[in-house]
Design a protein around this ligand. Structure first.
Ligand code: ZN
Length: 494
C-alpha cells in the first residue's frame, strides 16, 4: 500500500494549509478566466443538463454493467467524455442539487434538512436561499434562455430550485417522456440563440416503477388529463419491455423498499430476491436510457447537437443491499457517492475516459468555463475543463456530507475512502477492495488518522467560508397549524 500516492502525496496538504491561512483563495475566481484568450464565438451556445435521480455509476454499461441497461448513454460516451470518478456532495437530492447549482458545499449553502412531509403536500423545512447565486441565474444574466422540466421532489420550486429559470415545469407532468417533449416544445417555440435546459427524471428512483397519473389539479382540463393518461399507458408498456428478470415470482417489488421505515439491518436477501432488486433498478435505467436517446436524436434533428453541451449525471446513487441497506440518504459508500458523469462538448475530448477524480461541486465552474461565460462568483468547486482540454489538473480529494441520518461525511481519493458515519470510522483501500467490504482503519491507523484530519479541516473551512460569505442561515419554512397537526398525528414532535 503506497501512501506516497494520491491523497498523501503532498498536494492536498499544501492546499489545505494554504486554506488555513486564507480561506478565500480556494474559492475559484471567475474573473481570472476573463483573459484566457479563448474566442467566445467558438464556445457552445446551449446546454442540456440531464439529471437522473438516484443513478449509481456502476449499473451503466459504460461503467462496467454487463447487462444492456444503457445503449444510448454508452453511445453518448463514445461522442463525449466519461468521468470515471465523479463524486457527489451528499447522498440525497436537496443538498446535492443545491451544491450543483451554487458550487457551494452543503454545510455552506445550508439546504441540508429533510422535510417532514412530501409527495403530494410539500412543506420544505430547509431550502436553497434566494441569496445564493445559481448556475441558471448566471446564464440568464448572460443572455441564455433557461428552462427546467423536472419530475421529482427536492428539485422543485418550494426548495428554492427554480432560481434563474424563465420556465420551470415544476413536477407538473409525470414521467420523463412528457418532460422531454415539453423541453423540445420550448426549444421549438423560443428558438433561443443561447439556452440552458434542465431535465430531472425519477424513473430510476425507488419505488422502481413507471410514472403514474397524479391527482388532477383543479385547473387541469379533462381532455388534457385524458391525453396524459394515454401517454402514460404507452410508457408503462415501454417500461415492461425492459424486464431483466421475467421469471421471478418472489416478494420483491418497487414498493418493498419504501415500505421499510427502518431500512438498515435488513435481513439478507435470498439470491433470487437480490437478483430481482438489481433487475428492477436496471429496468428503470434502461427505460430512462431510451428517452435519453430521444433527447440526443431530438437535438440532432434540430441541428442543435453540434452547438450544445450535453451533461448526464445523477445527484447520488442507491443502495441495493451492498452494505445491508436500500435506497439512499444515509451512507457514503461508492454505490452512493460515485455517480455517472458524461459530458459531451462538441469537438472537445470526444471518446475520452478521464480517471482523475472530480466533484459535482465542480460542475458549475466547469460549465461556465466551457461556455466561456465570464463571472466573478465565489465558488468552492473549480473548473475541470482543463482536464478535458488535456491541460494540467491537480487532483484533489473529494468530500461528501449532509446525510439524512446525521453523520459526518467522507473523503475519497482514487486510492482510499475514509468515512465517519454512525459514530464510527471506516477506511477502505479502493484499489484492493473497490466494494468497500473490509474496514482497514484498525490496520492502517496512519492513513485513517490523516484522512480524519482532512475531513475535520474541510468541515472547519466550510464553517469559516460560510461566515465569510455572510450568507444567512438556510430559511426555515413556515409551518401552519394544519400541518403541525398532521405532523403530530404522524408522530413528529415539535
Ligand atoms: Zn435524489
Amino acid at each position: 500500500m503506497d501512501v506516497g500516492t494520491g491523497l498523501l502525496a503532498g498536494m492536498p496538504v499544501r492546499v489545505w494549509s494554504r486554506l488555513a491561512a486564507a480561506v478565500v483563495i480556494l474559492l475559484s475566481c471567475g474573473a481570472c478566466q476573463k483573459d484566457s484568450g479563448k474566442d467566445s464565438r467558438d464556445a457552445p451556445s446551449g446546454v442540456v443538463f440531464v439529471l437522473v435521480d438516484a443513478l449509481r455509476a456502476d449499473r451503466l454499461g459504460c461503467y462496467g454493467n454487463p447487462r444492456p441497461t444503457s445503449p444510448n448513454i454508452d453511445a453518448l460516451v463514445k461522442r463525449g467524455t466519461l468521468f470515471q470518478n465523479a463524486i457527489t456532495a451528499a447522498p440525497w437530492t436537496l443538498p446535492t442539487m443545491a451544491t450543483i447549482w451554487t458550487s457551494l458545499n452543503p454545510s455552506v449553502h445550508g439546504a441540508t434538512r429533510i422535510s417532514d412531509l412530501f409527495q403530494h403536500d410539500i412543506r420544505p423545512v430547509a431550502k436553497l436561499d434566494e441569496s445564493r447565486v445559481t448556475l441558471a441565474e448566471v446564464l440568464k444574466e448572460n443572455g441564455f434562455k433557461t428552462g427546467a422540466f423536472v419530475d421529482g421532489t427536492y428539485c422543485r420550486k418550494p426548495f428554492g430550485m427554480a432560481q434563474g429559470f424563465d420556465v420551470f415545469l415544476d413536477a407538473e407532468l409525470p414521467g420523463i417522456r412528457l418532460n422531454v417533449e415539453s423541453m423540445f416544445d420550448w426549444l421549438d417555440r423560443e428558438k433561443p440563440e443561447r439556452f440552458f435546459a434542465y431535465l430531472h427524471t425519477v424513473e430510476v428512483h425507488s419505488p422502481y416503477s413507471p410514472a403514474k397519473l397524479r391527482p388532477p389539479k383543479t385547473e387541469t382540463k379533462d381532455l388534457v388529463w385524458q391525453q396524459i393518461d394515454s401517454v402514460l399507458a404507452e410508457e408503462r408498456d415501454r417500461y415492461e419491455e425492459f424486464n431483466f428478470d421475467p421469471g421471478y415470482e418472489g416478494k420483491i417489488h418497487g414498493y418493498w423498499t419504501v415500505a421499510k421505515k427502518e431500512r438498515r439491518g435488513l435481513e439478507p436477501l435470498s439470491e433470487p430476491d437480490q437478483k430481482q432488486l438489481f433487475a428492477l433498478y436496471d429496468r428503470g435505467i434502461a427505460y430512462t436510457d431510451y428517452w435519453i436517446g430521444q433527447v440526443i436524436e431530438g437535438l440532432e434533428k434540430r441541428g442543435l447537437l453540434d452547438r450544445t453541451i450535453v451533461v448526464l449525471t445523477a445527484d447520488h446513487g442507491d443502495e441495493l443491499m451492498d452494505h445491508g441497506g436500500v435506497e439512499h440518504g444515509e451512507t457514503f459508500y461508492d454505490e452512493m457517492v460515485r455517480v455517472p458523469l458524461v459530458i459531451r462538448v462538441p469537438g472537445l475530448a470526444e471518446g475520452r475516459s478521464i480517471e482523475q477524480q472530480v466533484g459535482l461541486v465542480d460542475l458549475k465552474p466547469s460549465l461556465l468555463d466551457l461556455l466561456d461565460v465570464p463571472h466573478d462568483l465565489r465558488m468552492q468547486g473549480r473548473s475541470f475543463a482543463p482536464l478535458m482540454r488535456g491541460e494540467d489538473f491537480a487532483e484533489l480529494p473529494a468530500f461528501s456530507e449532509a446525510s439524512i441520518v446525521p453523520g459526518e461525511g467522507s473523503v475519497r481519493t482514487r486510492d482510499w475512502k475514509y468515512i465517519k458515519m454512525h459514530g464510527g470510522e471506516e477506511l477502505y483501500d479502493l484499489r484492493a477492495d473497490p466494494r468497500e467490504l473490509t474496514n482497514v482503519c484498525p490496520t492502517r491507523a496512519d492513513v485513517c488518522a490523516e484522512m480524519a484530519g482532512q475531513l475535520r479541516a474541510w468541515r472547519k473551512q466550510n464553517t469559516e467560508i460560510a461566515e465569510q460569505l455572510v450568507l444567512p442561515a438556510a430559511p426555515k419554512a413556515e409551518v401552519d397549524e394544519e400541518t403541525k397537526e398532521r405532523l403530530r398525528n404522524l408522530g413528529y414532535e415539535e
